[in-house]
Design a protein around this ligand. Structure first.
Ligand code: SF4
Ligand code: SF4
Length: 303
């Protein structure tokens, strides 16, 4: 384990006054500390894959604390998708059921660095997270500011990597859960998924995904596909929702509809492609208006 601790704070898109206040409290609480480095970034999920913020994150060696507006599991696998690997850190702020011993691995194999991800949406004020950062930093000791940070740090010792971003929408794969069945690869009509040199499925063309469509997350039997921005917690990466839970519930909710049929109907809505219409015996027998209502109701389904 290295003794460097980097704290990364991501801005939210909405920037409400309460979010701004929390962000400022965190920044003020961390500024000037000699034992951590602080980097300020736009919303984690929106970062361009080769933008300066991602390049900066890749340059940071050692353990990482990330505060962002996503479920910690989703944030962890967003980082992994951008070649920022590690093992998920335990925290008193993350309920035990949400820790899934996640380890992400790059080409060099599993990384020993620890990544703690915190969902800022859960905090009313910065105190609990600052206390948790104190606890984590105490395990690391005093550190010199790394060169990568020193080179771009502002006068008060932080790095502000603000860059133009736009709202993105793409699947994120939990590689610990993925069983590599390739169902998502075969299901998606837009070539979003690919297979890497080792035969593992990955998100090859994230921005080819249809905005707002979460269909493949419903057909993944392992619950491995997340859309961190989706309003359904199970799809957005809430680890307390067991894999496949929302598929089972949808079957119960929408009598006789199979998850596959529902996912295909959902995909068809976003593609307008007849090839993506539901299969025989599925909800295509339902009048179009009813199907629309059914698909619209998916997002409101309780988990
Ligand atoms: S459908 Fe799920 S388990 Fe199968 S390859 Fe895709 S992400 Fe992995
Ligand atoms: S949500 Fe739809 S378009 Fe996006 S990757 Fe999944 S199946 Fe493809």
């Amino acid at each position: 384990m290295t003794d460097k601790l980097h704290v990364v704070l991501c801005r939210d898109r909405h920037d409400s006054s309460s979010q701004q206040r929390l962000f400022q409290q965190l920044f003020d609480g961390l500024s000037g500390r000699g034992d951590v480095t602080v980097s300020l970034l736009p919303h984690l999920y929106d970062l361009p894959p080769d933008g300066k913020a991602i390049r900066h994150l890749r340059s940071l060696e050692g353990d990482l604390v990330v505060g962002c507006w996503l479920y910690p599991r989703a944030a962890f696998w967003v980082l992994d998708a951008n070649d920022i690997h590690g093992r998920m850190g335990a925290s008193v702020l993350v309920p035990e059921e949400e820790l899934d011993d996640a380890v992400s691995a790059g080409s060099a194999g599993p990384s020993q660095r620890v990544i703690w991800c915190f969902d800022l949406r859960r905090l009313d004020d910065a105190g609990p997270l600052l206390a948790e950062i104190d606890r984590i930093a105490a395990q690391h000791g005093e550190v010199a500011r790394p060169a990568a940070v020193a080179a771009v740090a502002g006068g008060n010792g932080h790095v502000d990597l603000d860059e133009p971003v736009h709202r993105r929408w793409y699947p994120v794969v939990d590689r610990d859960r993925c069983g590599n069945c390739l169902d998502c690869l075969n299901f998606c009509l837009f070539g979003v998924f690919g297979v890497d040199s080792e035969g593992h499925v990955f998100v090859e063309s994230p921005d080819a995904c249809k905005d707002g469509c979460p269909a493949c997350s419903r057909i993944c039997s392992q619950g491995a596909i997340m859309f961190p921005d989706h309003q359904n917690p199970g799809i957005a990466g809430d680890p307390s929702v067991p894999p496949g839970q929302f598929n089972v519930d949808l079957v119960q909710l929408f009598d006789a509809a199979r998850p596959q049929d529902l996912a295909e109907a959902e995909r068809a809505r976003f593609t307008g492609n007849p090839a993506a219409e539901p299969r025989e015996g599925g909800p295509q027998d339902t009048p179009r208006d009813d199907l629309d209502g059914l698909v619209d109701g998916l997002d409101d389904a309780p988990l």
